[in-house]
Ligand binder design. Structure first.
Ligand code: BMA
Length: 327
């Protein structure tokens, strides 16, 4: 193995030794599995995970788990926190999945975007909450097929910005859309394209946790889905976008930085999946706690340093414009 290869394989995300940190066995009621959790810090400094819980019919709802250290002693709501409500929201008939949480200082509320599984396919829904006990639902904001969405925490040029992933026969790419009021969305722009051919992130990509604001731009973890004869492989990549124009990609890593390796990531209800939907930032302003679903069965934690991620991007990416020639 060459020195360059060894260096580029140095792990950027370090798995927590207590992984997986939450499984179905921890749940206070009977469920099939728990995975793909949104994450945020609460005002008292504790960590809240809004977990996707799949029941034994195969339908998902959301359930909150709170912990002082973000690792153990989780206080899990004794019943579902946010259930699908198909009576008032028919788009939630087959469940709600994969929440991403953004705290919005201007609204003094958390905005949760999640997949609502309708008869017409998966779409993006939005709800507001102050406490993760009561929620104000705005309903579907992006019709099917669309998922993997998160709101940016502040307006850009006076408008809210939402990243999401519509599916088309030509591939599943990341888009950014704008709204004056979180209800009506427009000015849609292609943000990041799936590559083509043999690349690890060919044909289908999607936002993972909400973007991380850094002085150099929005740092984005995204997942790439590789179709193989034995199933799909979900892995994570990195890209950096302009702070005032998130449709402008500044850097994009060439290789993936995190993929299924541990037993709990390789084998589960869906093998070979790592799927983060949330992170929290430590008080040092550099250490990220990334919460990810493992094999659609459990929740695991990996830690990373923002500085190291940016250094890695500088060393391992091509300018997006140059990269576009390889697509
Ligand atoms: C994606 C999403 C995720 C899931 C992943 C692997 O399309 O639906 O919720 O974890 O597939 O099954």
């Amino acid at each position: 193995m060459s020195v360059a290869t060894t260096i580029s394989h140095e792990p950027l995300l370090l798995r927590h030794p207590a992984n997986p940190i939450l499984t179905a066995k921890d749940w206070p009621y009977s469920i099939n599995s728990v995975f793909n959790a949104g994450a945020t810090l609460l005002a008292d400094g504790s960590t809240l995970l809004l977990c996707r819980v799949e029941d034994r019919r195969g339908l998902s709802h959301l359930c909150a788990a709170r912990s002082r250290n973000g690792v153990d002693n989780w206080q899990i709501d004794s019943e579902p926190t946010l259930m699908p409500n198909p009576k008032e929201h028919p788009e939630e008939i087959w469940g709600i999945e994969d929440p991403r949480i953004t705290f919005v200082p201007e609204l003094q509320q958390y905005v949760v975007t999640y997949t609502s599984y309708s008869r017409g396919g998966p779409g993006v829904s939005l709800a507001l909450t102050k406490d993760f006990r009561s929620f104000e639902r705005y309903g579907v904001i992006m019709p099917p097929d669309d998922k993997d969405s998160a709101l940016l925490p502040r307006r850009i040029d006076g408008c809210w910005a939402l990243i999401h992933r519509p599916m088309t026969p030509l591939g599943s790419h990341m888009w950014v859309s704008y709204s004056p009021d979180l209800r009506y969305w427009g000015r849609h722009k292609l943000m990041l394209e799936a590559r083509r051919g043999a690349w690890w992130d060919a044909n289908k990509i999607g936002l993972s946790p909400p973007p991380i604001e850094t002085s150099r731009g929005w740092l984005v973890f995204y997942h790439g889905v590789r179709h193989t004869p034995s199933g799909c492989l979900y892995r994570l990549g990195l890209a950096l976008f302009d702070l005032e124009n998130p449709a402008k990609c500044l850097l994009r890593g060439d290789s993936w930085i995190f993929g299924p390796e541990a037993e709990y990531e390789r084998h589960g209800d869906v093998d070979d999946v790592v799927f983060p939907c949330g992170y929290t930032m430590d008080a040092d302003g550099d250490t990220l706690n990334v919460y990810y679903g493992a094999a659609d069965c459990s929740i695991a934690l990996a830690r990373a340093s923002v500085r190291s991620l940016l250094d890695w991007l500088d060393a391992n990416s091509s300018c997006e414009r140059r990269r576009a020639r390889d697509l």
